[in-house]
Design a binder for this molecule. Structure first.
Ligand SMILES: [Zn+2]
Length: 89
């Protein structure tokens, strides 16, 4: 069964309460899926990286490793800033 998603994007605060469309973990990001009525769906950190890899490869972008490495590094920094940093304070 296809999950419903949302017509409007989730808020930054609300996205963590949404289960990842692929694996069910708390979402970190969201993707708008055109073929599913342009709805927005939550996606967790790991699945977002995998999906980006898939998209780059599908688009025929060569040498995806450095692009993905940089993307993952930025996302990890963002994740730490948003969650780990807040917990420490
Ligand atoms: Zn996931």
């Amino acid at each position: 069964m296809i999950k419903k998603g949302r017509k409007k994007p989730y808020t930054d605060r609300g996205i963590n309460k949404v289960p990842c469309l692929r694996c069910g973990k708390p979402s970190e990001h969201q993707w708008q899926i055109c073929s599913l009525d342009n709805r927005w769906f939550g996606i967790c950190f790991e699945c977002d990286i995998k999906l980006n890899k898939l998209v780059l490869e599908f688009m025929g972008i060569i040498d995806t490793a450095p692009i993905l490495h940089e993307y993952e590094r930025k996302q990890l920094n963002e994740y730490r800033k948003n969650y780990i940093g807040k917990k420490d304070k």
